[in-house]
Design a protein around this ligand. Structure first.
Ligand SMILES: C[S@@+](CC[C@H](N)C(=O)[O-])C[C@H]1O[C@@H](n2cnc3c(N)ncnc32)[C@H](O)[C@@H]1O
Length: 286
């Protein structure tokens, strides 16, 4: 009896997509992630964030075709390119933001700006997807005396959110925008862009966007001091030592009398040598 041909034995391997949901994230790998993101971004990942790390890094494992978290971290540490490290940082930042978040800052700022005929230099760091710097830009345009110049530098460590910020396109029902501001500062999309809004080009061109790591060594690039620095809802991710270091560096970038705006749960009133409190989470540089 003729035997069946064996040409197809063993059966050809079928490459299955990696089921990362089922992959374990061993405690040792979670600790490695914590150490690496702390070194790179200053972010102090609390224990209990395992599920978050699992879901955010799973995508990168799949993308790089690596079979485990350990294999991914080995690759990153042994031969991680700058784009691979950037991708790791981008995946682990938390970018929650909205237009006119913590509105009291914008109200206070509007009042101060009315007297700044000489104009202002503003830095919005940890700017995320742009809602915060565009809120600032709207207030600058609305409140500065006519023809007073302003510049607005927007930075973030996360290059992906920065790309969104640079684009300046948001859903038309984005939280925090009044109908007046929608009309004055945004264009409404039509056709394929219906439901979207874009910041008007005249205002958009006043902003510049650059990556900047608050715990990096690029502080020397600020040759001219700022009148106003927004650094909100990022220091909460840093430990006390890192916060102190970043605050001292921000102090150096501000003009004496310049203002620092912090996030709602960030309290720097212990830094009496550097800043004087000017109301709820607003500080004046000494
Ligand atoms: C929660 S968001 C805050 C956004 C905005 N400032 C606000 O208050 O709505 C925190 C931002 O800080 C950025 N970030 C985290 N670590 C950073 C670092 N070391 N340097 C600069 N930005 C950082 C993140 O990428 C993220 O966009």
């Amino acid at each position: 009896m003729a035997l069946p041909a064996l040409a197809s034995y063993p059966p050809p391997a079928v490459s299955q997509p990696l089921d990362t949901a089922a992959l374990p994230l061993p405690a040792a790998d979670f600790e490695r992630v914590r150490r690496l993101i702390h070194q790179r971004a200053g972010i102090h990942l609390q224990s209990g964030k395992e599920a978050m790390v699992h879901s955010r890094l799973s995508r990168l494992l799949r993308e790089h075709g690596l079979p485990s978290f350990a294999a991914y971290l080995d690759e990153l540490e042994r031969s991680g390119t700058e784009p691979m490290w950037q991708q790791f940082v981008n995946a682990l930042t938390t970018n929650l933001t909205s237009f006119f978040r913590e509105e009291h800052h914008f109200t206070a700022l509007a009042e101060l700006l009315r007297h700044k005929a000489q104009g202002v230099r503003v830095w919005c760091n940890a700017a995320s997807t742009g809602e915060e710097p565009y809120s600032l830009a709207m207030v600058l345009a609305e409140s500065l005396p006519a023809n007073a110049p302003f510049s607005l530098l927007c930075t973030d460590i996360d290059t992906q959110v920065l790309a969104t910020a640079r684009r300046g396109v948001y859903p038309a029902d984005a939280r925090g925008l009044s109908p007046e501001r929608l009309k004055r500062h945004f264009l409404r999309g039509t056709g394929a862009n219906a439901g979207q809004i874009r910041i008007k080009p005249d205002l958009a061109k006043r902003l510049s966007f650059e990556p900047f790591n608050l715990i990096g060594n690029q502080w020397g690039r600020f040759t001219e001091p700022f009148d106003i620095v927004f650094c909100r809802n990022v220091m909460i991710y840093f430990d006390a030592t890192t916060q102190k270091r970043v605050l001292a560096a921000i102090h150096q970038t501000l003009k004496p009398g310049g203002l620092l705006f912090a996030g709602h749960s960030e309290n720097f009133s212990d830094e009496k040598q550097l800043f004087k409190s000017r109301g709820k989470t607003m500080y004046e540089r000494l």
